[in-house]
Design a protein around this ligand. Sequence first.
Ligand SMILES: O=P(O)(O)OC[C@H]1O[C@H](OP(=O)(O)OP(=O)(O)O)[C@H](O)[C@@H]1O
Ligand SMILES: Nc1ncnc2[nH]cnc12
Length: 184
Amino acid sequence: MAAENVPSKQARIDRIKATIRTCPDFPKPGIPFKDLMPILHNPDVFSDTIALLEEHVRETGTKVDVVAGLEARGFLFGPPLALRLNCAFVPIRKAGKLPGETVKCSYVLEYGQDTMEIQQSSVKPNQNVVIVDDLIATGGTMAGACRLVETMQANVVGCLAVVELDYLKGRDNLKYAVHSLIHY
Ligand SMILES: O=P(O)(O)OC[C@H]1O[C@H](OP(=O)(O)OP(=O)(O)O)[C@H](O)[C@@H]1O
Ligand SMILES: Nc1ncnc2[nH]cnc12
């Protein structure tokens, strides 16, 4: 494709935003649920999403050792990003799913509470970790993941999400750099 035909960053972001569906009152009354699954229905939109996340990480100039993805939807965006950054992908799962030695952390999110877990040996002290999820609402889930990475004595070098719900001020709960492609 000729350079002048490459869509701008804003055009790619606008197309991703247009692909996301808002589902009122899901999973509870009063919650405007952002359904990101249609992004995966369109390979061009999915590819733009991962490329934009990668561009951001590269622009920071920070070497990333590990992309940590949050169950469940962080597992969709984290592994392709890790491949493009040529680094490890590590899952942070809901409690009770990972064998061996693990570290756990409880957290509160927009519509409930839960416990997440990481395998002790999956992240080494001093490694640089980017945490990836589909969406930041209250920031509770992302903050819990940061605590887990800190417990491993590794460095959180960024918190990435495709979507951020600005009205919930989720990034105020996060003491690390936050980057999201789309804001509502
Ligand atoms: O910023 P917060 O208020 O913490 O909310 C954001 C989290 O909520 C959703 O996860 P959820 O646990 O609902 O997803 P899943 O059941 O698909 O894993 C979403 O994928 C984020 O992980
Ligand atoms: N409003 C929302 N839409 C999608 N996922 C969410 N996770 C927490 N709040 C959410």
